[in-house]
Structure formats: structure tokens, C-alpha cells
Design a binder for this molecule. Structure first.
Ligand code: NAD
Ligand code: MG
Length: 387
């Protein structure tokens, strides 16, 4: 029986994880659930899964959470609160697996904590790899933690690289697939609303990643993520648009052979793979019907309409804090876009402006990563406020 702690349990990945876990009650125990501030949803999940610990990231809501749990007769669940408790939970000896499904750079501290404590990390929070990649990979090597990528593309690459030797990897090329998002065919992006942007054609996800998919920032973050997770330089990572989301990504070897991982677009599959690895659990996601699918297509990404994809390559190549700055500028700009304070194309504009003005040396510790992230957020808010 393995104890599972889900960071970001009320989100889209959190929900898919709980759905997978509910199929394997004899194998996995839901040990802890965390949420930001949607307490009612957290309490509902506590009622259903009866974890030992419930955590709200918002320290001011601790007593409110305790009262809500008590109201439902769930007094035995321990109530924790705040960033420090998230960090403490990730390192708790009873926790075997940490599912890192918090959105944004807020996921950095718990991710690093789980890595330092040598846990199995089911890592969905790509922003922590984008911001702290070098340090995170070093921490994992030193602690002996296991990192299983949940992001579907990286889960696919992990599978396609499984039998490769170091020599083979050193000459291989990663081909990341992208659905292209809701605006693949929309030429004029000036009037895009938040409602248009979150309507993703093939995946059902949280708001922030849905907007990132619409700008192709998501694919850009995934290029940086792939580079750190698999040790591939920017020039051996390609992106191709593949609207049907059948192929989740590919690896091309030196001899020209290409391995592709396929499946229905359902996050429960990479989650179950990561939970069960190196075994394979019996899946319950929809199976691919090739005959019904008919054809699959590919096209090049349009970096004129979606410049954030090229900004990510630029950030990866320039090093320093560029990826942290890009990620923070994007998070703040997406928040402003969703609140209707700026337009859709202003998201890329904010990223460009911050990358041009804020240049810092590479961080040497998690604290320096968090400082750079904080500074970039403050500066982005100032820039947006001036527009
Ligand atoms: P979501 O918005 O649906 O859920 C986010 C979760 O994080 C919620 O439980 C929320 O309570 C929690 N949270 C938000 N802000 C927080 C904070 N400041 N402190 C602590 N907790 C906080 O997001 P999602 O779509 O589930 O995505 C989660 C992560 O997984 C993201 O990094 C995303 O890029 C990645 N991811 C998601 C998908 C997907 O299909 N949804 C696919 C691949 C990768
Ligand atoms: Mg992905």
C-alpha cells in the first residue's frame, strides 16, 4: 500500500489523479490532499477519500477549513495550512508518492521538498522544471528521488527513451507534438476573449494551461521542461503541430528510426503509467479507434502569430534567469488577460518586454530562483499597469 499526497487536489490533474486512485483502493491510499482556497471543493474530496491530512495553501483559512471539516463529521482529518506546511508534507516520511499538480511557480517549493526527501515525484507542475530545472535535476540525482513526468508529452518521451543507451540518447532528437490550441486557424487574434482562449479543442484542463495552449506558451514551457528532464539541448528538440493529439510525442534516433507514443488524449493514462511504473496498470481511459480516426495530420507551428514558442527557445539558449523571467511574465500576463485587464496578444508583449529588460545570472539555490521569480512578477505587474 502506497501513501499518496496530492498537491493541487482540486485542479484538473488532481481530479484525474483521484479518479485513477479510486480504481485501485487496495494499492494506493489517499494520504493527503491540498488546495489553494477553494475549501468547499477540498472538503468534498475529503468526504469522499478520507485522507489523513488536508492542507490549504492559504494560511488565513486554516480555522475555516477545520470548521468545515468538523461540520461534516471529519474531525479526525488533520488540518494544515500555508506554504511551510506544504513543504513539510512533501517531505513527511509516511508519504511515498507526491503528485505535484499545483499550477504555476507556486509549485516550486513543494516539488523541491519532495525531491530532497527522495520521494517518487509524479510531476505535472512544469513551471517548477522551467524555473528550477538544473537545480531540481541535481537535487534528484543526489537524493535518489524518482521523477516520473505526468505532462503527456514528457511521459511519452520518457517511454520512447526507455531502452536507449547514453550514446543513443546523445544523438537522438525529441519531437514534441502540439495540438495547436483553439486558434490554429484564426488569423486575427486581436479580439480574443478569455472564453475563446480556454476552449481547448482536445484537452480539458485548468484555465492557466488552457490559455498557455492557446498562445503556444505551453509548448514553449514544454520545450524547456524536456531539455531539463531528458538532458537535450534546444537544437535537438523540435515542435510539430498535430491537431488530433493521438501521438503524444516522439523520439528520432540517429538511424532515422522514430518511436512515437500514442493513446487517447486523457491525462489519466500518463498519471496511471507514472503511478504504476515500472509496471503497467490496467487502463480504463477510452481506447483509440484508428478506423474511426481516419487520418492524422501535421504542420509547422506559426511563430509569427504565436511568438512565445520562440521566446522559450531563446530563454533556454540564453540561460541565466531568462526562463524564470519568461515564466513569471507569462503567469502575471495570463492572470491579467483572464481578468480582462489586457488583451490576448498583450501576453506575448509582456513576455517580450520582460525578457528584454530583466537579465539576471543563473540562480544557485531555490531561494535565488524564488527571488528572481518574485522580482519578475513585480516588474511585470508594473509594466502592465503602465499600459
Ligand atoms: P488547475 O488550475 O485545474 O488546478 C491547480 C491546482 O493548484 C488547484 O488544486 C489549486 O487549488 C492549486 N493552486 C493554485 N494556486 C496555488 C497556490 N498559490 N498555492 C498552492 N496551490 C495552488 O490546474 P491544472 O490544469 O490541473 O494544472 C496543474 C499543473 O499541471 C500545471 O502546472 C499544468 O501546467 C500541469 N499540467 C496540466 C495538464 C492538464 O491536463 N490539466 C496537463 C499537463 C500538465
Ligand atoms: Mg503537455
Amino acid at each position: 500500500m502506497q501513501n499518496i499526497a496530492i498537491f493541487g487536489a482540486t485542479g484538473s490533474i488532481g481530479g484525474s489523479t483521484l479518479d485513477v486512485l479510486s480504481h485501485y483502493p487496495d494499492r494506493y491510499n489517499v494520504f493527503a490532499l491540498t488546495a489553494n482556497s477553494r475549501l468547499d471543493e477540498l472538503v468534498k474530496l475529503c468526504e469522499q477519500f478520507k485522507p489523513r491530512i488536508a492542507v490549504t495553501a492559504d494560511e488565513t483559512k486554516k480555522s475555516e477549513l477545520a470548521a468545515k471539516l468538523a461540520e461534516r463529521g471529519l474531525k479526525s482529518i488533520e488540518v494544515w495550512a500555508g506554504q511551510d506546511d506544504l513543504v513539510k508534507l512533501a517531505a513527511l516520511p509516511e508519504v511515498d508518492v507526491a503528485v505535484l499538480a499545483i499550477v504555476g511557480a507556486a509549485g516550486l517549493a513543494p516539488t523541491f521538498s519532495a525531491a530532497r526527501a527522495g520521494k517518487r515525484l509524479l510531476l505535472a507542475n512544469k513551471e517548477s522544471v522551467v524555473c528550477g530545472g538544473a537545480l531540481l535535476m541535481q537535487t534528484i540525482r543526489e537524493s535518489g528521488a524518482e521523477l516520473l513526468p505526468v505532462d503527456s508529452e514528457h511521459n511519452a518521451i520518457f517511454q520512447c527513451l526507455a531502452s536507449a543507451s547514453d550514446a543513443q540518447r546523445s544523438k537522438a532528437r525529441i519531437i514534441l507534438t502540439a495540438s495547436g490550441g483553439p486558434f490554429r486557424k484564426r488569423m486575427d487574434l486581436s479580439g480574443v476573449t478569455p472564453e475563446d482562449a480556454v476552449a481547448h479543442p482536445t484537452w480539458n484542463m485548468g484555465q492557466k494551461i488552457s490559455v498557455d495552449s492557446a498562445t503556444l506558451m505551453n509548448k514553449g514551457l514544454e520545450v524547456i521542461e524536456a531539455s531539463w528532464l531528458f538532458g537535450f539541448p534546444a537544437d535537438r528538440i523540435d515542435v510539430v503541430i498535430h491537431p488530433q493529439s493521438l501521438i503524444h510525442s516522439m523520439v528520432e534516433y540517429a538511424d532515422g528510426c522514430i518511436l512515437a507514443q500514442m493513446g487517447a488524449p486523457d491525462m489519466r493514462t500518463p498519471i496511471a503509467y507514472s503511478l504504476g511504473w515500472p509496471e503497467r496498470l490496467d487502463g480504463f481511459a477510452k481506447r483509440v479507434d484508428f478506423a474511426a480516426l481516419g487520418s492524422v495530420t501535421f504542420e509547422a507551428p506559426d511563430t509569427k502569430r504565436f511568438p512565445q514558442l520562440s521566446y522559450a527557445y531563446e530563454a533556454l539558449r540564453s540561460g541565466g534567469c531568462a526562463s524564470i523571467v519568461l515564466n513569471a511574465a507569462n503567469e502575471i500576463a495570463v492572470e491579467a488577460f483572464l481578468a480582462r485587464r489586457i488583451g490576448f496578444t498583450d501576453i506575448a508583449r509582456a513576455c517580450r518586454e520582460m525578457m528584454d529588460t530583466l537579465v539576471m545570472p543563473a540562480p544557485r539555490s531555490l531561494e535565488e530562483v524564488l527571488d528572481a521569480d518574485h522580482l519578475a512578477r513585480v516588474k511585470t505587474r508594473e509594466v502592465i499597469a503602465r499600459w
